[in-house]
Design a protein around this ligand. Structure first.
Ligand code: CMP
Length: 149
């Protein structure tokens, strides 16, 4: 099966809580190959582009305020069925429904600050990767452990 790429963001607050390493560990342990990784501040313009589909919804302005409120860690992950498997690992958007063992199930209490973003479709993944990463920031390294993943 051809490897698929997905976009991940550890949202504001994760750095403050000092759990970036723990969350990345969960992602690595599952078997995702990290091909892009950086820390950044999201500008309001970038946040508006990322969440354009939510414009007009009741939570839209709070969502923008949250995303620009502190530094984030963004990643591009590669795996067979990366989009579906990464969303499973993150758990439900609503932490009330996210199962224990998932990232939101273990680290989040409220939908409005649900700590992690995962692309929801191939189209979103392509769009979000393109929004947050330049092509030269993605490193398609040789993975000697691939047969065990
Ligand atoms: P994310 O996966 O980044 O995609 C859209 C975000 O909007 C979502 O995570 C939440 O942070 C936020 N969101 C979605 N639904 C709600 C809601 N009902 N109330 C508050 N925030 C929401």
């Amino acid at each position: 099966m051809a490897a698929e790429r997905t976009f991940a963001m550890l949202k504001p607050g994760v750095l403050s809580r000092r759990v970036v390493g723990e969350i990345i560990s969960k992602i690595e342990r599952k078997g995702f190959k990290i091909i892009g990784l950086k820390m950044m501040n999201v500008t309001i313009e970038l946040a508006e582009r990322q969440y354009a589909e939510h414009k007009g919804k009741s939570f839209y302005l709070d969502l923008l305020e949250y995303i620009v409120s502190g530094p984030v860690v963004v990643m591009v992950l590669e795996a067979d069925q990366a989009i579906k498997l990464f969303r499973l690992l993150c758990g439900s958007t609503s932490p009330e429904q996210a199962l224990p063992g998932t990232i939101r199930g273990d680290y989040a209490m409220h939908t409005s600050i649900n700590i992690i973003h995962a692309s929801d479709s191939k189209e979103s993944a392509v769009r979000e990767i393109d929004l947050f990463f330049r092509p030269e920031e993605l490193i398609d390294w040789e993975d000697g452990n691939q047969k065990w993943i």
